[in-house]
Design a protein around this ligand. Sequence first.
Ligand code: AMP
Ligand code: ZN
Length: 113
Amino acid sequence: MDCLFCKIIHNQIPANISYRDSQLVAFDDINPQSPHHKLIVPIKHIVTLNALQPEDKELMGSLVLVASKLADELKIAEEGYRLVINCNSGAGQTVFHIHAHLLGGRQLGWPPG
Ligand code: AMP
Ligand code: ZN
């Protein structure tokens, strides 16, 4: 499948992978928007939030738990961080394999642009 994140997940394209289990992979964003910027990506190829099915409930719960564990390891849990999933081009999604951005290490503005 011609998908950038599937290729990273299957080690066909290099990335700085910091977490992997049977369901999820996390790696550094190549164009970081904050001092810490990781992507947490299900191994299952799901295109957008709109394609989620009831059977993905446990997977997406695990994704959030992995994000909070990584935030703790990065020592940004106390100061604060953001977990973002962009859905479709109007929200800035550019890679159509669902992923969450974990952003932290600086003061993050709100609302986002
Ligand atoms: P989104 O715009 O929400 O779809 O996020 C896609 C993210 O993937 C962007 O923040 C990109 O910087 C990031 N990205 C694109 N190519 C790579 C790559 N080869 N390795 C790591 N991150 C990437
Ligand atoms: Zn994919």
